[in-house]
Design a protein around this ligand. Structure first.
Ligand code: HEM
Length: 365
């Protein structure tokens, strides 16, 4: 009797919350959208593997700007090139902020470039872009690293003796090692256990964050903390990666020569020292550890899956492979550089490595 009374009361509260939600939708004149259920919102009817497919279908009914509920989170969905451009380009100032993604916030402990907004984002982004450029992004020094790493990659591919193989792991090793050069100032051997563990963990984190279980964490983080599941293993792995990064940072601190910075971490330390009397500085170790983590998470999977996709295009269109100068990457060979540029742009256009923006869902057909 007592239990059924509690259930009825609970049900009434849920319905009440739902009705208040409906009323506030009208009051704030939110864009139209499908009717949402209490607590779960529209989650149950979203295509779990490709949510954009459901969203595209809904946009035919509700238009290019819709309100959708991911659990209790209200989300504005923009569909189509013109709508996305109007928001993110024409009204860029109003759309620069991004909402918190629970998984990323937990992984980065609330610090770093990847999740921040406002002054923190602006300072870390400016610093990171300038520093990565100074260390060769798009410059001659990096060209040499990439050539060396890609030559090792080709040797490893050739060692498979034309038997079928999955290039995923080889590609992640190569891409990650270029990031290691910029960030840690060192490259790792492909037999180095710590490096292999870092790669495995990075791949697991990315896989988890885009899985239905990872999405569920983003929608109900508080609840998921109490439930058993893979997310606990992923968070434990993230802690291992953070401690790997922290050890590297510690070693940098002990060997720092401020007049001759070796890599991203040294430059960050120089900036910490320059701003040590500034009480509102964003240059401190919490932001350093999380930004280094961001660089690995954001850089490895995106770049290696883009190259993987490009490889599959090359397999399908051998003529294009010929025009790009084949697998040996001489980045400064001018005769093939236009074709390479066009091919890589086409690759980036035709496949979505990060189709869903952080703060609004944006789709262009
Ligand atoms: C083909 C390769 C790449 C693709 C397609 C790609 C794509 C993207 C996209 C779409 C975003 C914006 C995400 C959002 O706002 O929601 C982003 C952000 C970011 N990417 Fe990449 N990326 C690539 C390579 C890299 C590399 C190599 C690095 C690091 C070395 C990197 C580091 C970052 C960082 C730190 C952010 C966050 C920037 C910020 O918040 O201002 N990415 N990337």
């Amino acid at each position: 009797m007592e239990l059924s009374g509690t259930l009825i009361l609970g049900g009434l509260i849920v319905v009440l919350v739902w009705l208040v939600g409906l009323k506030s939708r009208r009051r704030w004149s939110l864009p139209p959208g499908p009717t949402a259920l209490p607590i779960v919102g529209n989650l149950l009817v979203l295509d779990k593997k490709a949510p954009f497919k459901t969203l595209l279908e809904w946009s035919k009914i509700y238009g290019p700007v819709m309100t959708v509920y991911m659990g209790l989170n209200r989300v504005v969905v923009l569909v189509g090139y013109d709508t996305v451009k109007e928001a993110l380009v024409d009204q860029a100032d109003d759309f620069t902020g991004r909402g918190p993604i629970a998984f990323m916030v937990r992984a980065s402990r609330g610090y770093g470039l990847g999740i921040s907004n406002g002054e923190r984002w602006s300072q870390l982004r400016r610093f990171t872009l300038t520093t990565l450029r100074d260390f060769g992004m798009g410059r001659k020094g990096m060209e040499e690293w990439i050539q060396e790493v890609s030559s090792q990659l080709i040797d490893r591919i050739q060692s498979t003796k034309a038997k079928p193989f999955d290039p995923t792991f080889f590609l992640s090793c190569s891409v990650s090692n270029v990031i290691c050069c910029m960030v840690f100032g060192e490259r790792f051997s492909y037999d180095d256990d710590q490096f292999l563990q870092l790669l495995q963990i990075t791949a697991d984190i990315i896989k988890f964050s885009s899985s239905p279980w990872g999405q569920l964490y983003n929608v109900f983080p508080g609840l998921m903390e109490w439930l058993p599941g893979r997310h606990h293993k992923v968070f434990a792995d993230i802690e291992k990666t953070r401690s790997f990064i922290t050890k590297k940072i510690q070693a940098h601190r002990e060997t720092l020569d401020p007049s001759s910075p070796r890599d991203y971490i040294d430059c960050f330390f120089n900036r910490i020292n320059q701003e040590k009397d500034n009480p509102t500085t964003e240059f401190h170790e919490d932001n350093l550890v999380s930004t280094v983590l961001d660089l690995f998470l954001a850089g490895t999977e995106t770049t290696s899956s883009t190259i993987r996709y490009a490889l599959s295009v090359m397999v399908k269109y051998p003529k294009i492979q010929g025009k790009t100068g084949g697998p040996r990457l001489g980045l400064s060979t001018r005769s093939t550089s236009w074709t390479r540029m066009a091919t890589s742009r086409k690759t980036l256009r035709s496949f979505h490595s990060l189709p869903v923006n952080k703060h609004i869902f944006c789709f262009t057909r």
